[in-house]
Design a protein around this ligand. Structure first.
Ligand code: NAD
Length: 532
C-alpha cells in the first residue's frame, strides 16, 4: 500500500492538457438532457415527478432530468440500507478500504470528465473544478488508510488474567446530505467515510448538483461496491431529507450546508421517534463569515493575492471564502491602492472558456439574494467596486467590494455566499482580533503579519476552526489541514483529519477472562511474543 499523498492538480497552462479538457467539455455537453434514476439496492427507479438541473452559465439550459423522491421512495431506500447493513457491517476493514482505493483510481481515470461536469453544472473555473475532483480522490485514499489504522485498535494497558481490547464497529444507516458547492469532494468525503466504516448510506445530493452526484454513483457501480451500500435518492431536501432525518431507523446524519438547515436537522434528529432505540448522531458542518486580517506589519503584496483568491475564487461561494477583510488603519490606503485594480481585472463569464476566472453564481435564488445583500451593503457602507450583475446569459455578478463596514452591519455578520467583500478598518492588531471574533460563526480566518508576537497572539486568540498565517483562508488539503468550524459553523468534525472516522463508528471494549493462572501466564506470554 502506497503512503497517502495529495493529488497533484492539472496544469491547464499546457496546451495538451487544455485540449483534453476541451474534449471532456464537449463530451459532457453532448450528454445534456439525459434522465437519471434513483438507485435503491441496485434497482433503478423512475417517478412521475421530476426536476431539472441547469447550466448556471446559460439560463434555462437543462443539464439533466432527475426524479423527485417522495416519502414512499425514501422508505424503500431505508429498507434497502437496513437490509444491506446486516452483511456489510461484518465485512473486513481491508475489503472496505479496497473499494475506496478502487474508487479513487476510477476517478483518476475519469478526472477530466468529472472536471467538465463541475464546470458546466456548477460554474466552477477549470482549476477550481480540478481541485474539487482532486480533493474527492484524496478523501477516498485518506479514509481508506485511516480505516486500516483504526482497525488495529488503540493501545491499552495490560491487566493480569485478561485480554483487553477496544474495537470500532459501525453505527448503522446514515443519511448523507451534502451541499452543492463542493459537489464532488464533500459528497464523496461524507459518503465514503460513512461506508468505509461499515455503515450503509442513503445519499441525498443537493438539487443544484445532482448530475455530478449521479456520476459518482456510476463510479460506485463501476467499482462494484455491493448494491445497497450506497442508495441514491434525488429530490427536495424538505421532503426526502426531512423524512429521513426523523426516521426512527436513521442512526446518523452527515450534513454539510447552511446554518438554517443544519440547525433544523439537529433539532429534528434530537426528538426520539416511536420505535427509536438510540440517540441519533449528527455531524453538521455549516456556514461561515470568514475573515482576513492584514496587519500594519504585513507583506502587502502577498496579502493582496491571498485576499483576492479567498474572496472571489468560485465567486465567493465557498464556506471558507473571505467575506470580511479587516485592515489595519496604517496600511489601509496602501493595501487598497494595490487590491482594487486586481479585483477590477477579474474576468467574469462562462467558465467553459478557460480565460474566465469568475463564473456565474449557482442559480436565480442565489443571484437575487446576493444582489439584495449588495443593496443592503450599499446602504450600510460605500461601494467602491462592482455591485452590478454582469452581462451575459448566466447568473453573473461582478466582484464587489464595500468599504466603511462596521461590526454591527448586516454584511459584516450574515453569510452572503457570493462575490461580496466587506472591508472594515481596525485601530490596531488587538482591535482586528476583536473584530475577527465578533461573529456567530468560526470557520476560517487568515492573519497576515511578519511580527512573531502577533502571530502567536493570533494562534491563541482568533477563534476559528481553521486558522491560516500569511496565506489565504481557502483551500484546506486532506490529511494536512483537517477542516471544520466552531460555534454556528458546525460540529467541528475536522473532515480529512485523523479524528473524522471516529464520528462514523462506535467503540466496543472487550475484556476476556482467561481462566486459571497457568493459562493466563501462557496465553499472555504467547500474545506478547506474537506482538513482537
Ligand atoms: P443548504 O443548507 O441549502 O442545503 C444543503 C443540503 O441540505 C442540500 O442537499 C439540501 O437539499 C438539503 N436540505 C435542504 N433542506 C433540508 C431539510 N429540511 N432536511 C434535510 N435536508 C435538507 O446549503 P447549500 O446552499 O447547498 O450550501 C451552501 C451552504 O453550505 C453555505 O452556508 C456554506 O457555508 C455551507 N458549507 C459549509 C461547509 C463546511 O464545511 N462548513 C462546506 C461547504 C458548504
Amino acid at each position: 500500500m502506497k503512503p497517502f499523498r495529495t493529488e497533484k492538480y492539472n496544469d491547464f497552462t499546457k496546451p495538451v492538457i487544455r485540449k483534453k479538457m476541451e474534449k471532456a467539455l464537449a463530451k459532457v455537453e453532448s450528454q445534456f438532457g439525459r434522465e437519471y434514476s434513483i438507485i435503491i439496492g441496485g434497482k433503478r427507479i423512475r417517478l412521475d415527478k421530476k426536476f431539472h438541473s441547469y447550466n448556471p452559465s446559460k439560463k434555462g439550459e437543462i443539464i439533466g432530468t432527475f426524479q423527485k423522491a417522495d416519502e414512499q421512495t425514501a422508505e424503500q431506500a431505508m429498507d434497502a440500507a437496513l437490509e444491506t447493513f446486516k452483511s456489510w457491517r461484518y465485512t473486513s476493514a481491508k475489503t472496505r478500504a479496497n473499494y475506496l482505493f478502487k474508487i479513487a483510481n476510477i476517478m483518476r481515470k475519469r478526472r477530466f470528465e468529472l472536471d467538465a461536469w463541475m464546470v458546466l453544472e456548477e460554474g466552477k473555473n477549470w482549476l477550481e473544478a480540478d481541485a474539487d475532483v482532486a480533493e474527492a480522490i484524496d478523501f477516498c485514499d485518506y479514509y481508506a488508510h485511516e480505516v486500516l489504522r483504526y482497525d488495529k485498535g488503540p493501545k491499552l494497558y495490560e491487566f493480569p488474567g485478561e485480554i483487553n481490547k477496544q474495537i470500532y464497529i459501525p453505527l448503522g444507516v446514515g443519511i448523507v446530505i451534502p451541499p452543492w458547492n463542493f459537489p464532488l469532494a464533500i459528497l464523496v468525503g461524507m459518503t465514503t467515510a460513512s461506508f468505509v466504516c461499515g455503515n450503509t448510506v442513503i445519499l441525498k445530493p443537493s438539487s443544484s448538483s445532482p448530475g455530478i452526484a449521479a456520476k459518482f454513483m456510476e463510479i460506485i457501480e463501476q467499482a462494484k461496491v455491493p448494491v445497497g451500500v450506497v442508495n441514491f435518492l434525488t429530490g427536495p431536501g424538505a421532503i426526502a431529507g426531512d423524512y429521513l432525518v426523523r426516521h426512527p431507523k436513521t442512526r446518523f446524519i452527515a450534513f454539510t450546508g447552511s446554518k438554517a438547515v443544519g440547525l433544523r436537522i439537529v433539532e429534528q434528529a434530537g426528538k426520539a421517534q416511536p420505535g427509536q432505540i438510540w440517540i441519533k448522531r449528527v455531524i453538521a458542518e455549516m456556514g461561515g463569515k470568514d475573515l482576513i486580517i492584514v496587519d500594519s506589519e504585513a507583506d502587502i503584496d502577498s496579502a493582496v493575492t491571498g485576499a483576492r483568491a479567498s474572496a472571489f475564487g468560485f465567486q465567493g461561494q465557498k464556506c471558507s471564502a473571505c467575506s470580511r477583510l479587516i485592515l489595519d488603519d496604517n496600511i489601509y490606503d496602501k493595501f487598497m491602492k494595490k487590491f482594487i485594480p486586481t479585483v477590477e481585472a477579474i474576468k467574469v463569464g462562462p467558465v467553459k472558456n478557460y480565460e474566465n476566472y469568475m463564473g456565474p453564481v449557482i442559480n436565480e435564488p442565489a443571484y437575487n439574494s446576493i444582489l439584495e445583500y449588495i443593496k443592503i451593503g450599499k446602504s450600510e457602507g460605500n461601494l467602491i467596486c462592482g455591485g452590478e450583475p454582469d452581462p451575459g446569459d448566466g447568473w453573473f455578478i461582478q466582484p464587489t467590494v464595500i468599504v466603511d463596514i462596521e461590526a454591527h452591519h448586516r454584511i459584516f455578520q450574515e453569510e452572503i455566499f457570493g462575490p461580496v467583500l466587506a472591508v472594515t478598518r481596525a485601530r490596531n492588531f488587538d482591535h482586528a482580533i476583536e473584530l475577527a471574533n465578533d461573529s456567530v460563526y468560526g470557520l476560517t480566518g487568515a492573519v497576515y503579519t511578519k511580527n512573531k508576537k502577533k502571530i502567536e497572539k493570533a494562534k491563541r486568540e482568533v477563534f476559528v476552526g481553521n486558522l491560516y498565517i500569511n496565506r489565504k483562508c481557502t483551500g484546506a488539503l486532506v490529511g494536512i489541514q483537517p477542516f471544520g468550524g466552531f460555534n454556528m459553523s458546525g460540529t467541528d468534525s475536522k473532515a480529512g483529519g485523523p479524528d473524522y472516522l471516529l464520528l462514523f463508528m462506535q467503540a466496543k471494549s472487550i475484556a476476556e477472562y482467561l481462566g486459571t493462572k497457568k493459562k493466563v501466564k501462557k496465553s499472555t506470554k504467547s500474545k506478547r511474543k506474537k506482538r513482537k
